[in-house]
Ligand binder design. Structure first.
Ligand code: ZN
Length: 109
């Protein structure tokens, strides 16, 4: 039962990312909001990598160069949501997973 809910929520976020890439920001935001509601109502936890794909504040899917700005200052990755200005810093020295994600983001530019 939980697996099904999780799959559906994850699918919603994947679809939201696609929509955002095509410029359908408002619709994408609705999808993410729905996925988050789904998870909180059913007490399902989204995987961390999916949580990091969306803005925590305004629920917009974060796509580098479209809805998100990524800057690397020293060993710190700074992610900024271009829609609401939410920023988050990741220390690249501490987390290997984040390190990889940061490199991917750079390559896509
Ligand atoms: Zn935002």
């Amino acid at each position: 039962m939980k697996g099904r809910i999780l799959r559906r929520a994850v699918k919603l976020i994947d679809d939201a990312l696609d929509l955002a890439r095509r410029g359908e920001i408002e619709l994408a935001r609705d999808y993410v909001t729905l996925a988050k509601e789904y998870c909180s109502k059913t007490r399902t936890k989204l995987p961390l990598n999916y949580k990091r794909k969306v803005c925590r504040k305004c629920n917009v899917p974060l796509i580098p160069g479209v809805t998100e700005r990524r800057r690397i200052r020293g060993k710190i990755l700074i992610r900024t949501c271009l829609l609401c200005g939410w920023t988050r810093r990741y220390d690249l020295r501490k987390n290997k997973g984040e390190n990889k994600e940061a490199k991917d983001g750079r390559n896509r530019r």
